[in-house]
Design a protein around this ligand. Structure first.
Ligand SMILES: [Zn+2]
Length: 205
């Protein structure tokens, strides 16, 4: 039985009913008696797994930024684009808001989320609390809804389908890394139980 979720008061995120949390056994989940929403899980090795998935995400983030994203070939000309090319192109054309938005939700915020998660979780593995760990974790939870790489990916797929008839498009290693990045960040988010992280941080002096 874990020390996580021990006697603290928590509110159902769907209907706001208040509970006194009780410890669960591995694999168990607590559900709200009023609306049925899952309140928290006791996942085996949750922090370990989230840590491994976040490290894998970091590697794919690096690869996604190093290699070409797509290469367009048309009438003997070739144009190589990178993950951030679209965003910077928007900035150069004067679409400041849109450019900043694309670069933020697609690249900057996911990067901050990965780095922030590692910054909090790695010391926790060694039972140490990182400097400003609580603030960092709160920040991660706040930016998570905005780290929308899937939206960027969707835009890419739409562009691909529209352009494939008029130009030859070669998909680069960055695109595959980006897809893997989305997959591993989702795994990391699914593995991590925020309540457990908060409880672990709380136990620190
Ligand atoms: Zn509820």
């Amino acid at each position: 039985m874990s020390k996580a979720a021990n006697n603290s008061l928590i509110a159902c995120h769907d209907c706001d009913l208040l509970f006194r949390a009780r410890p669960l056994r591995n694999g168990e989940r607590a559900a709200c008696p009023r609306c049925g929403a899952v309140l928290y899980h006791q996942r085996p090795q949750a922090i370990n797994r989230a840590l491994i998935y976040s490290l894998t995400s970091l590697i794919f983030f690096g690869l996604a930024n190093i290699f070409p994203f797509m290469t367009f070939q048309m009438q003997g000309r070739e144009q190589v684009t990178f993950l951030t090319s679209g965003g910077f192109e928007l900035l150069q054309q004067g679409f400041w808001g849109l450019g900043v938005l694309v670069l933020s939700v697609g690249v900057l915020l996911p990067f901050l989320r990965i780095i922030g998660t590692l910054y909090v979780l790695i010391p926790l593995e060694f039972n140490i609390e990182a400097w400003k760990a609580k603030e960092t974790f709160k920040f991660i939870e706040a930016i998570t809804p905005w780290a929308m790489m899937e939206v960027l990916m969707l835009g890419v797929i739409v562009a691909y389908v529209k352009l494939i008839d008029i130009t030859t498009i070669v998909l680069g290693a960055s695109l595959y890394s980006f897809a893997a990045l989305i997959f591993f960040m989702t795994l990391s988010a699914a593995a991590l139980e925020p309540l457990e992280v908060w409880e672990r941080l709380e136990q620190r002096p």
